[in-house]
Write a protein that binds this ligand. Sequence first.
Ligand SMILES: Cc1cc2nc3c(=O)[nH]c(=O)nc-3n(C[C@H](O)[C@H](O)[C@H](O)COP(=O)(O)OP(=O)(O)OC[C@H]3O[C@@H](n4cnc5c(N)ncnc54)[C@H](O)[C@@H]3O)c2cc1C
Length: 323
Amino acid sequence: MTMNQPESLWMTDSGSAPDCSVEGAVEAPVPIEGLRGKLTHDAPLAKLVWFKTGGHADWLFEPADLDDLRMFLEQLEEGTPVMALGLGSNMIVRDGGVPGVVIRLGKAFAKVKDLGGHRLECGGGACGILVSSTARDAGIAGLEFLRGIPGTVGGFVRMNGGAYGREVSDALIDCDVVMPDGELITLPASDLQYTYRHSALPEGAVVVTARFQGSPGDPAEIGAEMDRIADAREQSQPLRTKTGGSTFKNPEGHKAWQLVDAAGCRGLKIGGAQVSEKHTNFLINTGDATSADIEALGEEVRRRVYENSGIQLEWEIQRVGRP
Ligand SMILES: Cc1cc2nc3c(=O)[nH]c(=O)nc-3n(C[C@H](O)[C@H](O)[C@H](O)COP(=O)(O)OP(=O)(O)OC[C@H]3O[C@@H](n4cnc5c(N)ncnc54)[C@H](O)[C@@H]3O)c2cc1C
């Protein structure tokens, strides 16, 4: 089995925002000997991301455990692009699919453990609700905000996920990552150079564990705060739609949704993609959108906002793969 990926098919970003599309030479046999996880060739990704659009991964690997992941990556030909996928809640997978290998962490990576001292150790595949409810049960305050972010710990760590005045960088102690060559290293939070919705996590690195520091709290009060967050989300966001979360970062001193609204983009449509009527910083797939529709709509919104306000919106959503 080989991967053939002509250079010309590589995506180069047309917008001003950086994305996490991968670069490198790709004509590499993928190791298959001795794997215990699931390796799929030409794997559809649409069903694995919130937008429910986009192409296939050349390869999708769902490792059985950490050793399996490391063994796979150690044997992978150098230069093969590697990209981690969480719940795909902040991602547009372009219609031409993702080159190289997409890594999706399963059950073995979804555990959350109380370490004592108001610290939690969380698998990279654990979801926000599990982290915040484990923290509540252990009387650990400060992680309630993860209740409302529909992603995995790996996605939070890379994206510096945050809400209601808190973000991952406020609580992260360190994380264990597997590098694209299979090496396992521990990165302290300070190495990730966190800024708003951005980290310096190396490209292709897969977060397998993260440790968070909270503070002493009363489980009942923590639970009440989590409920408040869940209610506020329900009121303000199109949660039960095919969406990708906040599309654009809030520019310094502005709210992206207000800029989008003021530019007259509420409800704007291109193909099957629409700017949400409920929250104008969310794009939605109304049913038959392609990823190209969604991305084109985002670019049109950026253009109109710039025309209206002189402010260049920057994509928060990660756009990956070939157009
Ligand atoms: C309804 C809705 C509401 C949202 N609200 C918020 C909010 O309030 N605040 C907020 O910050 N975000 C919000 N988001 C966006 C999204 O949930 C976050 O960005 C989240 O951190 C993405 O997690 P994920 O696991 O789904 O990552 P994905 O969307 O799968 O991936 C996002 C990025 O993280 C990388 N990644 C994923 N897993 C790993 C891993 N294990 N190791 C290394 N890199 C990894 C991917 O390669 C990609 O670059 C919302 C999304 C939706 C759909």
